[in-house]
Design a protein. Sequence first.
Length: 66
Amino acid sequence: MPDILALKEWTLRTARLMVGIPDYETYVRHRQANHPGQPIMSYEEFFVERQEARYAVGKGRFRGCC
C-alpha cells in the first residue's frame, strides 16, 4: 500500500498544476541541484514571476489563457 502522505502530496501537487499553480518545491530543488550558489526566489517572487510568464504581462499585453 502506498504511503498515505506521499499520495496526499502527489494529489495536491497534481491538483495545483491542473489549475495553473506552479510547484515551488520543485523549483527550489532544481535551483539547488543545478544552480548552486545562485539566489532562489521567495515563494511570493516565484508566484508573481510564473503568473506574469503565463499571462504575458511583462510583454505589455494581457494574453489570457486562451
